[in-house]
Design a protein around this ligand. Structure first.
Ligand code: NAD
Ligand code: MG
Length: 387
C-alpha cells in the first residue's frame, strides 16, 4: 500500500452527498484511497458501490442489515453491521479522513467518534453542529482535528476566510440561499403545497430531508447555526441573501469593506473535492464558470414574514445551549411527518416554534442531555399532531 494515500471513510455513501463523494474520489485515485463505505437501508446500492470501489470495509447500519443476502460482497471487503461498525472503522488507524454524510442527527455519532479518534472530518452532516456545535468544536480543538465544511455555503466562507489573517478582521459573513421552489409563493399558496411540489428543487439535486428544508428555508436557518459554531461568529454577524442562480455560494465581508465571494456552477462535487484535498487545490470536477453565458446574477433580501424559519435560526444561533438540538429534532420529526403526509407543509415551522418555546433551556448541556432533548422534542411534535 502506498503510505502517502489519504485513506477516506465515507459515512452515508448511498446518499446524494455520498454518491457525489465517490464520484469526486474516482478522480483522486493517485492521492486518495477509499477505505470504508457506510449505508443504511439501500443494501443493493451499497453492494454495487463495494464492487466498484473495493473498499476494505463496508458498514450496513440498519438493524435488519445482518440478515440481508451479502453473497455479492467482493473478496477483500469486510462487512460490519450496526453503528458499532461505524465506530470501529472511523477509529481504525488505517483511516485518515472521515466524510460525514449521514443525514440528520443519526450523523452526530459518526462525526463524534471520528473526532474522538483524532481524525479530520469533512463535514456534510450540518445537524452535528446545529445540535451540538460547542461540544463538537470543543472536541475537535482538544484532539487537534480539522473540520472542513462540505456544505457549499460554509465551504465558500472557509475558502474566503483564507484571505484574512484572523476572525477579528471579519465584519460579517453572508450566506446565499436559492430561496427554494416557493421563493415567490404567497403565504396562502404555501398552505396548499404537496410533498411532490416540495421535493422539486430549482437548482440542487439532494436527499429528501434537505430538499424539504430548502423549501421551508429551514435549511438556511440550520446553516446560520452551523456557521455560528464552525466559524465562531456571533449570530448578529451572519446575514442571508437570496440568490436564485446558486452561482455565488457565500461571501465574507472584511473590516476594510472588501467582500470576497466564492463562485462556481452549482455542483456539490466541488466543495466535496475541496474538503478531500484541503489544504491543497488539485485539479477537480468543477465545470468552468462562464459569467458571460450566465448573464445575470440576482440578489434579494429574504422575506422573513413568509419564511419565519430564518428568524428561528437566528434566535437559536444566539441562544446556544440546548436550543439547537431542540430545533433540529423538532424539524427532523416534522419533515418526516410531512413526507408521510401526516402534517401540512405550512405547519412545519410553527410546530418547531411551538416545541422550542416550550422546552426547558439548558445553557451548558452535556452530550447525554442533548440526546435527551432530541428525544423530548420528537415526542412533543408527535403530541402536537395528535392534539
Ligand atoms: P440522503 O438522504 O441522500 O443520504 C443520507 C445517507 O445517510 C444515506 O447513505 C443513508 O443510507 C444514510 N442514513 C440515513 N439514515 C441513517 C441512519 N439512521 N443511520 C445511518 N445512516 C443513515 O442525504 P444527503 O442529501 O446526501 O445529505 C446528507 C447530509 O449532507 C445531510 O446532513 C445534509 O444536510 C448534508 N448536505 C447535503 C447536501 C446535498 O446536496 N445533498 C448539501 C449540503 C449539505
Ligand atoms: Mg448548503
Amino acid at each position: 500500500m502506498n503510505p502517502r494515500l489519504v485513506r477516506v471513510a465515507v459515512l452515508g455513501s448511498t446518499g446524494s452527498i455520498g454518491c457525489n463523494a465517490l464520484d469526486a474520489l474516482s478522480g483522486l485515485r493517485e492521492t486518495h484511497e477509499l477505505a470504508a463505505l457506510t449505508g443504511h437501508r439501500n443494501i443493493s446500492k451499497l453492494l454495487d458501490q463495494a464492487r466498484r470501489f473495493r473498499p476494505r470495509w463496508i458498514v450496513a447500519t440498519d438493524e435488519q442489515a445482518a440478515s440481508e443476502d451479502w453473497s455479492g460482497l467482493p473478496a477483500g471487503t469486510e462487512l460490519k453491521t450496526g453503528m458499532d461498525g461505524v465506530r470501529e472503522v472511523v477509529g481504525h488507524p488505517e483511516v485518515d479522513l472521515v466524510l460525514a454524510a449521514i443525514v440528520g442527527i443519526a450523523g452526530l455519532s459518526g462525526t463524534w467518534w471520528a473526532l474522538e479518534a483524532g481524525k479530520d472530518v469533512a463535514l456534510a452532516n450540518k445537524e452535528s453542529l446545529v445540535a451540538a456545535g460547542p461540544l463538537v468544536m470543543g472536541l475537535a480543538r482538544e484532539r487537534g482535528c480539522q473540520i472542513i465544511p462540505v456544505d457549499s455555503e460554509h465551504s465558500a466562507i472557509f475558502q474566503a476566510l483564507r484571505a484574512g489573517r484572523s476572525s477579528d478582521e471579519v465584519r460579517r459573513i453572508i450566506l446565499t440561499a436559492s430561496g427554494g421552489p416557493f421563493r415567490e409563493y404567497t403565504t396562502e399558496q404555501m398552505r396548499h403545497v404537496s410533498v411532490e411540489d416540495a421535493l422539486c428543487h430549482p437548482t440542487w439535486d439532494m436527499g429528501a430531508k434537505i430538499t424539504i428544508d430548502s423549501a421551508t428555508m429551514m435549511n438556511k436557518a440550520l446553516e446560520i447555526i452551523e456557521a455560528r459554531w464552525l466559524f465562531d461568529m456571533p449570530a448578529e454577524k451572519i446575514d442571508v441573501v437570496i440568490h436564485p442562480q446558486s452561482i455565488v455560494h457565500s461571501l465574507v465581508e472584511f473590516h476594510d469593506g472588501s467582500v470576497l465571494a466564492q463562485m462556481s456552477p452549482p455542483d456539490m462535487r466541488l466543495p466535496i473535492h475541496y474538503a478531500l484535498t484541503y489544504p491543497e487545490r488539485m485539479p477537480g470536477p468543477g465545470a468552468p464558470l462562464d459569467l458571460a453565458e450566465q448573464g445575470t446574477l440576482e440578489f434579494f433580501a429574504p422575506d422573513e414574514a413568509r419564511f419565519p424559519a430564518l428568524g428561528l435560526g437566528r434566535e437559536v444561533a444566539a441562544a446556544g445551549g440546548s436550543a439547537g438540538a431542540i430545533l433540529n429534532a423538532a424539524n427532523e420529526s416534522a419533515v418526516a411527518l410531512f413526507l408521510d403526509k401526516k402534517l401540512s407543509f405550512h405547519e412545519i415551522v410553527p410546530v418547531c416554534r411551538s416545541v422550542l418555546d416550550h422546552h426547558h433551556f439548558e445553557p451548558n448541556p452535556s452530550l447525554e442531555q442533548l440526546w435527551e432533548a432530541d428525544g423530548w422534542a420528537r415526542r412533543e411534535v408527535t403530541r402536537w399532531i395528535t392534539c
